[in-house]
Ligand binder design. Structure first.
Ligand code: T46
Length: 137
């Protein structure tokens, strides 16, 4: 599976680091929502769903976590532990976030407003959807 990671160059000087993200320049979609996940309890797995339309970029701005991605045929695991690195997740991609360090802050830039009807939370339904889309291509 092809993993798309973005490297956002830090503007560092003797005061420290600053990373700037500009929608439609550094981010490949208009950003309509930003949220972040922190204080994650030990051993927790979050996500466990796919989205019909939503595209996102995940940045672990502090600490670390792992992301498991499944497209219905292959799966991949990605470590996020750098505040200048973003993982792109397209629509129709199952995601699981796990192995959060106690200090992890996972920042997410999203292409759409929150919409519960965009979620696919049942893995069997997800497989059926991606397989039927594969047949029509
Ligand atoms: C995703 C992964 C990476 C809102 O009210 N607005 C929001 O924008 C979001 C994202 C969530 N919520 C509410 C809905 C739930 O009551 O916050 C609660 C926790 O959301 P959820 O269980 O969906 O969180 P995760 O960590 O399983 O998944 C989230 C995103 O929902 C999802 O789109 O791709 O992070």
């Amino acid at each position: 599976m092809e993993i798309k990671k973005y490297c956002f160059p830090p503007h560092g000087d003797d005061r420290g680091q600053l990373v700037a993200l500009e929608a439609e320049r550094d981010i490949p979609f208009p950003v309509r929502r930003v949220y972040y996940i922190y204080d994650t309890a030990e051993g927790v797995t979050r996500g466990l769903h796919a989205h019909k339309r939503l595209e996102q970029i995940l940045i672990c701005v502090h600490g670390s976590c792992r992301i498991r991605l499944k497209d219905g045929r292959e799966e991949a695991e990605v470590l996020l532990d750098k505040p200048w690195e973003g993982l792109y997740i397209a629509n129709n991609m199952w995601r699981e976030m796990y192995d959060f360090s106690p200090d992890a802050v996972l920042l997410v830039l999203a292409s759409q407003h929150y919409d519960e009807s965009d979620y696919i939370r049942d893995y069997a339904e997800f497989l059926k959807m991606v397989q039927s889309e594969g047949e029509t291509e």
